[in-house]
Design a binder for this molecule. Structure first.
Ligand code: ADP
Ligand code: TRP
Length: 353
């Protein structure tokens, strides 16, 4: 079975919106049918921006609950093929990052978007921390430590996967031949491929212009109160050229129909599209249908949310089992890495085997 790792950072406030669901969590669920899945909450990555204890705790708890609930809502508590864990529960990621730093060219990291964008905005270099600069190397460690064949992410993360691949190639080249070859005789790292389905690579926000993102205030929430979700749906961009309900309307670029293609019943959506084009249905009616469809689609998840929220011991147990399984995989990889680079020698007294 092929394997993948993916992670979500508990930035913003830790809640997930339908863009995160379509671009990330839904892909994890689909792939879990025939992949060995490692899914982590990337709390170490959040340290680049969140430097407040209470906020980090709260965000991480929120994201754990949001993501786990979506997974459990569709797959049940047994979460087949899924190892769900918190990044900081597997400190070996940080050890691998330290090692990978040494095979990573500075130029490669200087070209990374997160750092470049920040550099363009900030006047002082001192306002950029090393965690942000080095973010792609930690991400490479996350991916490579599980020998991931693929990495499902939104398009904004594509460059990071390419960097991870470059780093893996360099490591394999430097340590993959002659005496320095890994004990198994094979190269240590698998080269990961990004997995980015075109239709959800970038889910646009309710403004119809920019990527759906918490920080842009153009989201549709999953676990908020119904009134809030209703408000978000009612504020969704439709067709600005259409003034009256009996004017013919456009479907293309109309966000209500974009979301309905994912969450509505196909036959009903096609029928509504026909009515809309002919000016036989109002914006209000299609928005109401979207609102109902969303609530229906996420009914089970919204129920699981209540269940898991009132049972922290259960959430803890899932995370603990996940961390143990992830650690055991990561330890095997680190053993190979240590051997390949020469950290083990005749005085070594400890082996993870
Ligand atoms: P946000 O931009 O709302 O803060 P994150 O950056 O935390 O979201 O993203 C978490 C995951 O969800 C990542 O895998 C990211 O690629 C994916 N994702 C986020 N927003 C979208 C979107 N609008 N369309 C598709 N995927 C998205
Ligand atoms: N950087 C990713 C994001 O912001 C989260 C992440 C951390 C990740 N490590 C990863 C994603 C490894 C995929 C693989 O969404």
């Amino acid at each position: 079975m092929k394997r993948f790792l993916s992670g979500i950072t508990p930035s913003g406030d830790g809640t997930l919106h339908i863009g995160n669901y379509l671009g990330a969590v839904k892909q994890f669920i689909k792939l879990s049918v025939n992949h060995d899945c490692y899914l982590m909450v990337a709390d170490l990555h959040a340290l680049t921006t969140i430097q407040n204890k209470e906020q980090l705790q709260k965000n991480t708890e929120t994201l754990i609950l949001n993501e786990l609930t979506l997974l459990v809502g569709e797959l049940g508590l047994s979460l087949p093929n899924i190892t769900f864990f918190r990044q900081s529960d597997v400190p070996l990621h940080a050890e691998l990052q330290t090692i990978l730093n040494n095979v990573t060219p500075l130029g490669l990291i200087k070209r990374a978007h997160a750092y470049k964008d920040k550099l363009a905005k900030e006047t002082a270099l001192d306002d950029i921390n090393m965690g942000l600069f080095n973010y792609p190397v930690l991400m490479a460690a996350d991916i490579l430590i599980y020998k991931s064949d693929l990495v499902p992410v939104g398009r904004d993360q594509k460059q990071h996967i390419e960097i991870a691949r470059d780093i893996a190639e360099r490591f394999n080249k430097i340590y993959g031949s002659g005496k320095r070859k890994a004990a198994s005789g094979k190269t240590v790292f698998t080269l990961p491929e990004p997995y980015i389905p075109e239709d959800v690579a970038v889910v646009l926000g309710t403004d119809g212009k920019r990527k759906m993102s918490k920080s842009l205030g153009n989201i549709i929430s999953i676990f908020e109160d119904e009134e809030i979700i209703k408000k978000q749906v009612m504020g969704t961009f439709t067709d600005p050229t259409r003034i009256h309900a009996d004017d013919p309307g456009h479907i293309e670029g109309n966000m209500v129909f974009t979301y309905l293609d994912f969450f509505g019943v196909k036959g009903k959506v096609e029928e509504l599209k026909g009515f809309y084009r002919r000016g036989q249905v109002s914006d209000m009616e299609v928005k109401n249908y979207l609102f109902e469809s969303l609530l229906k689609y996420f009914t089970k998840a919204r129920e699981s949310y209540k269940e898991l929220n009132s049972n922290p011991a259960l959430v803890q147990k899932i995370l603990q089992e996940g961390a143990e399984k992830a650690r055991s995989f990561a330890e095997k990889t680190l053993t190979e890495v240590r051997e390949a680079i020469g950290l083990t020698n005749k005085y070594s007294f400890f082996s993870y085997n």
